[in-house]
Design a protein around this ligand. Structure first.
Ligand code: B12
Ligand code: SF4
Length: 507
């Protein structure tokens, strides 16, 4: 069991993708940027390694690494984050395990109580991570490090205060070249419906809203700060010129918060002939002027992802979507996007709790017909359906409700690895007491029929003839509402159809 003789940092991105569409691991890239001129570090990307543990083991065996810093979001990343961190504690007890990212931030109690996670940075790590390393190197106290979760010698878990969001333009440059030395950057620029070499870019932290079901809220508490259009453009040009990126996926929680920033960015992008996609809110972008929307389309904005959630106004209110989004607006906005040839990608959450099973059923059926309405208004609208899975936004009305209804998260970190909880994370099996198997089946069967009736534009491999066949097979079911046992579609799905599966690809 070697003892670290140096203070290098191993930055690990656990495997999250099981297809070949690996994205730039922006979380560890940005964490790396924060220590670039202070510490030596190595990136290990579980997505690009056949056997990441053997790479980690070789690095730790060298004795040069004192810190194992791991980004952790819910779902498949836990399959490596948990056992690797545990093994490191057993085999390299001198190595300090530091976690960050959405899972670590929201499930910090269970993570810290595991006995093998020493520190957690919740929320941005740009200042907190170098500050923690400094404290560990110099033996200075942890109390004043913002965004840090740590344990006293008596075993009490302490959550320090949150810092204000930093000026994103003042952050250090992203170390693309260092990542390229570990993994050729080309491997991260993959084909999507946007282009042949799509770059994943993250341009802002947080979100100014407080939807009651969203995991961003407990961390950012309605705060948002973005890089300026000039800086986003500069980074994109760098990757375009050096590695040939030809399109962009913005991974921000909410890219379109500021119309001014979107317009400035669009103006810069006009000559670039690059398609792009991002996530936004209907009520925000509905306030954009027609001129802004037309400019965005000319500048390459092809599709925007929106959390439409439901057509039911009372439920929208309960989700605390900011109080402005309504069913009527969702419909109207689908028509408006059609005018500008920007595809709205609407995500819906079906299966929210209600007082009686009859009410839950009624909500599901009314959302199904609402979605069918949207498709009539703008058939280009892409629809993504989730079965509602609660996220612990403690204190929210929705959280109170689901807790009362009997819902509980795992009490031990390793329980998150059980197949049931992994399915939960992937929103395949909600494990919620108010949803019966028949309800879940109805939602999933509707989704199957809908996706066949309207194959997604993002499925670039489906030929025109295949599209026609699939559509006509699904049409009678779609028209009559008979969605049960869609076996014939499932067979086609296996061989032909490739949906935008957020649970596999994220977006
Ligand atoms: C890219 C992405 C993915 C990629 C994986 C990327 C990868 N790491 O390889 C893919 C597409 C595979 C994916 C999948 C999923 N994702 Co995802 N994903 C994202 C997305 C859009 C961007 C992440 C990112 O790169 N951010 C950029 C960096 C710079 O920000 P950051 O991660 O917050 O990092 C900062 C801090 O958090 C902190 N930090 C982060 N890590 C670490 C580590 C250390 C050691 C330290 C010190 C600090 C630190 O410092 C960083 C710099 O300030 C986020 C949303 C978002 N905007 O962040 C969702 C998000 C993380 N995903 C989410 C989810 C739920 C999933 C899925 C589990 C389910 C789903 N249906 O989408 C699937 C899982 C499927 C799978 N196969 O794994 C949720 C998590 C919500 C939650 N409940 O906690 C998010 C927040 C989206 C959302 N708003 O719902 N995802
Ligand atoms: S707008 Fe999106 S990112 Fe922001 S709080 Fe609501 S669901 Fe979360």
């Amino acid at each position: 069991m070697p003892t670290p003789t140096d203070n290098k940092v191993l930055l690990f991105n656990p495997r999250s993708a099981y297809n070949n569409k690996f994205r730039i691991p922006n979380s560890i890239l940005q964490v790396g940027a924060s220590i670039v001129d202070r510490h030596d570090f190595a990136f290990v990307d579980g997505n690009l390694e056949q056997d990441p543990w053997s790479v980690i083991k070789t690095l730790l065996d060298s004795g040069a690494f004192r810190y194992f810093a791991c980004t952790v979001m819910p779902g498949p990343q836990l399959r490596e984050a948990i056992p690797f961190s545990k093994k490191i504690r057993e085999r390299y007890p001198e190595v300090i395990n530091i976690w960050g990212g959405y899972f670590a931030s929201n499930q910090y109690k269970v993570s810290m109580e595991s006995g093998f996670v020493d520190f957690i940075i919740y929320g941005p790590g740009d200042k907190a991570f170098p500050a923690l390393l400094h404290a560990l190197e110099t033996g200075s106290p942890y109390e004043f490090i913002p965004n840090l979760i740590w344990k006293t010698p008596e075993g009490n878990v302490i959550k320090n205060s949150k810092e204000d969001l930093l000026d994103q333009d003042a952050l250090p440059q992203l170390p693309y070249d260092l990542l390229d030395q570990c993994y050729p950057l080309q491997r991260y620029l993959n084909p999507t419906f946007l282009g042949k070499k799509t770059l994943a870019y993250h341009s802002s932290m947080g979100c100014p809203f407080k939807c009651s079901f969203c995991a961003v809220v407990p961390i950012y508490e309605a705060r948002w700060r973005g890089k300026s259009a000039d800086n986003i453009y500069r980074d994109i040009k760098y990757v375009q010129e050096k590695w040939g990126a030809d399109s962009i996926e913005f991974h921000d929680n909410n890219f379109f918060v500021s119309e001014k920033r979107t317009v400035a960015f669009s103006k810069l992008m006009l000559p670039e002939n690059m398609n792009w996609w991002g996530e936004g809110r209907i009520d925000t972008i509905d306030q954009y002027s027609d001129d802004s929307l037309a400019l965005m389309r000319r500048a390459g904005c092809r599709m925007i992802f929106f959390g439409a959630e439901t057509g039911n106004d009372a439920l929208l209110q309960q989700m605390d979507k900011g109080g402005k989004q309504t069913g009527e607006q969702i419909r109207r906005f689908a028509a408006r996007m059609k005018k500008f040839d920007i595809i709205p990608e609407y995500s819906f959450v079906l299966g929210l709790p209600a007082d009686t099973p009859e009410q839950v059923w009624a909500q599901i059926e009314s959302d199904i017909s609402f979605i069918q309405d949207i498709k009539k208004i703008n058939p280009e609208t892409e629809i993504i359906i989730y079965v509602y899975c609660p996220v612990p936004t403690e204190g929210s009305e929705l959280y109170e409700r689901i807790t009362k209804a009997g819902f509980k998260f795992p009490e031990k970190l390793e329980d998150w690895l059980s197949p049931e909880w992994e399915s939960f994370d992937l929103r395949r099996n909600p494990l919620t007491p108010w949803l019966t198997p028949a309800m879940v089946r109805r939602i999933q069967n509707f989704e199957t029929v809908l996706n066949a009736r309207f194959p997604t534009v993002s499925d670039t491999k489906l030929s025109a003839l295949q599209r026609k066949v699939v559509r006509s097979i699904a049409a009678p079911r779609y028209r009559t509402g008979f969605f049960s046992f869609p076996y014939e579609i499932k067979i086609l799905q296996k061989f032909w159809l490739r949906y935008r599966q957020a649970e596999v690809e994220g977006m």
